[in-house]
Design a protein around this ligand. Structure first.
Ligand SMILES: [Zn+2]
Length: 89
């Protein structure tokens, strides 16, 4: 089973978390076409993929994860609101 390191609680089993979709940035002045892309289009890369997760059975905090879609290795975990780094495609 996958272990996800919550930025606040530390490593926990995957079943404590819920997937929140792709972690792409949403501009403050996004128009309808941008919102449609954010809500309905997934990039589906072979490699690094930025996602949002919530620790639903724990602290209930949202955070970003960069995961390899090839190996499921977690390459980066950081709280929302921190500098984008590699977590934004
Ligand atoms: Zn947590």
């Amino acid at each position: 089973m996958l272990q996800i390191p919550c930025p606040w609680c530390g490593p926990r089993e995957e079943e404590e978390f819920r997937y929140g979709g792709e972690g792409m940035p949403i501009p403050a002045d996004a128009d309808d076409a941008t919102w449609a892309r954010v809500l309905y289009v997934r990039s589906n890369p072979a490699g690094s993929y930025a996602e949002r997760w919530v620790h639903a059975a724990g602290c209930r905090q949202w955070f970003h994860v960069v995961r390899s879609t090839l190996t499921h290795e977690l390459l980066e975990v950081r709280p929302l609101g921190t500098p984008d780094g590699e977590a934004t495609p």
